[in-house]
Design a protein around this ligand. Structure first.
Ligand code: PLP
Ligand code: COI
Length: 340
């Protein structure tokens, strides 16, 4: 076990001992290699550097109550990486390579998995990049799949405390028929200006309006949005948001605790009617929303009245994290125990 201040981890980079790499060359994937270097030597004309051939994933492994290490729904992340690869014409990573690489990098860095009870987890960051050299705009012939890990605490410094969000219409993170539904770096580059401005103006993140009509709630920074009212869990149905695996899981859990799930457009004015709202994702877990300020109209949507998470959000958070930390029966079979 490493000498790390586990209880005060933020969502940042902490160097670990190893990462794993696998190269696609001459039409085939090679063997998974172990590296202790934090650097990637690459050709200056690699397509990831010029033409954005880059996709990534985010997962977490949790040290459970029983001491076992659980990886949450890795198959879904693998499938999503495949969809991202297809969307920008990269070579998809075979499922066995994805799985073996995850297990290997977790086991190699097991001393960096935060102990049970600290609230921390091991963040797993798979990355797929075009490394082949091209000058004309075309897909690379060579790819690198790499996974590094880093121990993390909460994404928003507030943790499981309601945050302030800013609704913006003057920037889009993704175009209506673009790449918002996959996890490619370009979406994040496009979200930076709005995100940095939101931070400067005192908000945790930007909530984007849908790029086409600007009438509906779209993505909530690096997470999906959900609202709760009248016994319903409501979350946007949009081609420009990333299909969140956390949200997919919360929809199941919401049904299980008796909420009705609606996956539909959410008009911005409907924000005034929610009893609870939150942002959800691997990094964000559930981040309850206290208030949303509409930057353009000046409207204030006060959601949490007492600065505390609402009862449904609390219930869903306990249920989800309970499964992840092995405190609650994993009846959906979402966790894989990692041998380490
Ligand atoms: N939306 C965006 C833009 C994200 O970056 C993420 C994080 O992966 C999510 C939503 C949440 O997805 P997931 O729950 O699969 O982590
Ligand atoms: C995640 O939740 O895994 C993310 O990728 C969000 C963000 C850190 C980009």
């Amino acid at each position: 076990m490493k000498n790390i201040d586990w209880k005060n981890l933020s969502f940042g980079y902490v160097k670990t001992d190893y990462n794993v790499r696998c190269y696609y060359r001459n039409g085939e994937w090679g063997k998974i290699e172990t590296s202790s270097s934090e650097h990637i030597p690459m050709h200056m004309a690699a397509t990831c550097l010029h033409y954005g051939q880059e996709a990534f994933e985010g997962m977490k492994a949790y040290r459970g109550k029983d001491g076992q290490v659980r990886l949450f729904r890795w198959e879904e992340n693998c499938k999503r990486l495949e969809r991202s690869a297809e969307a920008i014409m990269m070579q998809p990573v075979p499922m066995e390579i994805f799985r073996d690489a995850c297990f290997k990098v977790i086991a190699l860095n097991k001393d960096y998995i935060p102990p049970y009870g600290t609230g921390g987890s091991l963040y797993i960051r798979p990355l797929l990049i075009g490394t082949g050299a091209k000058v004309g705009v075309s897909p690379a012939d060579e790819y690198l799949f790499i996974i590094f890990v880093t121990p993390v605490g909460p994404y928003f410094k507030e943790g499981f405390k309601p945050v302030k969000m800013q609704l913006a219409r003057d920037y889009d993170r993704a175009a209506p028929l673009g790449t918002g539904h996959v996890k490619v770096g370009g979406n994040y580059a496009a979200s930076l200006r709005a995100g940095v401005r939101a931070h400067k103006e005192g908000y945790a993140a930007t909530i984007f309006a849908d790029a086409k009509t600007k009438q509906y709630i779209d993505e909530a920074g690096p997470a999906n949005f959900f609202g709760i009212k009248n016994g319903k869990y409501i979350t946007p149905d949009s081609h420009t948001i990333l299909p969140s695996i956390t949200n997919m899981s919360l929809r199941e859990l919401a049904k299980d605790v008796g909420l009705v799930v609606e996956n539909r457009n959410i008009p911005i004015e409907e924000l005034a009617t929610f009893e609870e709202a939150g942002a959800c994702g691997t990094a964000a877990v559930i981040s309850p929303i206290e208030v949303i300020h509409d930057r353009e109209t000046g409207k204030v949507y006060q959601i949490s009245k007492n600065g505390e998470p609402g009862p449904w959000s609390q219930k869903l958070y306990n249920y989800l994290t309970g499964i992840q930390f092995g405190e609650v029966e994993d009846k959906f079979n979402w966790c894989t125990v990692v041998p380490c």
